[in-house]
Each structure stands twice: as C-alpha cells, then as structure tokens.
Design a protein around this ligand. Structure first.
Ligand code: 5HU
Ligand code: ZN
Length: 164
C-alpha cells in the first residue's frame, strides 16, 4: 500500500499562495495586494485584489500615485478598491462571521473597519511595509480594540511553481 504524499503544502502556504496569486491580477504598477477569506473549517469563501470598481476602466482611470500638479483626481487613491474590501464585497454567500483573512499587505484603517464589521476574527498578513503610518496605526488601534487577532505569515521558503 502506498503511503500519502508528504510534500503537500500547508494550509497557510495554500491560502497565502492564493492571496499572492490574486495579487497578480492587480493592474497597480506600484503595489499589488491580494486577499483570501477562509472559513473556520479551512474552506475558501472569497478572494480579491486591488483594482477599480466595476465599470471604471483600468485604461481610463489613473494608476499614478500623483500627477505633476498633485491633482488628487488624477491619482489612483480616490478610485482603487483595496483587496480586502473587494474580497469582503465579492462574498455573496451570507455571513463572514468568525472567518480568517489572508492578505499580502497589512490592512489599512478603512479595510480594518470593514474587516471588523464583517465579523472577520483573524488576519494573517504578509508585508507590513506601511507599519508606523497613520493609516496602519489607526488600523491596529481598531483591530486591537475589537479583538481581531493578527499575525505575520512566516514564509517557509518553499517555491511553488505553477505552469498555466
Ligand atoms: O491595505 C491595503 N490594501 C490594498 O489593496 N492597497 C492597495 C491600494 C493601492 O492600489 C495600493 C497602494 O498603493 P501605493 O503603495 O502605491 O501607495 O495598494 C493598499 C493598502 C494599504 O495598506
Ligand atoms: Zn485598505
């Protein structure tokens, strides 16, 4: 009798991998973020990445951080929907109460509000490159107050290649 395969990926590698793959759909030239929401029994409920809302063309809306005149209408920030919010909004199945969010970048304060209100209880994040900024400080303050647990994903170093 053959034993089971032993080099299968862990749950964390699987869900962080799905979040990272989702990020590859992002059109943002500077920061690509992916998210994956998982139930308490390890079933994927939803996914998302940062992008403009439906009907707002990736070719017509700006992807710049800032134009020469520093005109906010010509920068992406008014228009881009964050990956975490997209993952929450993409879920049409009912409640996300008690679920877990895997996200490649620590959620900002706006996403933290949506995460808390959606009932997500755990966040596993990848990069924390905006740590110390007001948005992330405010986010951590709210997540702490609301009892949302968060911890940084510890990369295993395993390379997962997918040929498509
Ligand atoms: O939590 C987040 N989730 C998320 O999807 N984003 C997106 C919005 C923007 O498209 C991009 C941030 O752009 P930049 O790093 O160039 O400022 O990442 C940004 C954050 C900020 O933490
Ligand atoms: Zn956000």
């Amino acid at each position: 009798m053959a034993g089971k395969r032993e080099d299968y990926i862990t749950w964390d590698e699987y869900f962080m991998g799905v979040a990272a793959l989702s990020a590859r759909r992002s059109k943002d030239p500077s920061t690509q973020v992916g998210a994956c929401i998982v139930s308490q029994d390890n079933k994927i409920l939803s996914m998302g990445y940062n992008g403009f809302p439906m009907g707002c063309s990736d070719d017509e809306f700006p992807w710049d951080k800032e134009d020469e005149q520093a005109d906010p209408y010509n920068a992406k920030y008014f228009y881009s929907t964050h990956s975490e919010l997209n993952a929450i909004l993409n879920y049409r199945g009912g409640s996300l109460e008690g679920s877990k969010l895997y996200v490649t970048l620590f959620p900002c304060n706006e996403c933290a509000k949506a995460i808390i209100q959606a009932g997500i209880k755990t966040i596993v994040y990848g990069s924390d490159k905006y740590d110390g900024t007001p948005a992330v400080n405010a986010s951590k303050r709210m997540l702490n107050a609301a009892g949302v647990r968060y911890y940084q994903y510890q990369p295993t170093g395993r390379k997962i290649e997918i040929e498509v």
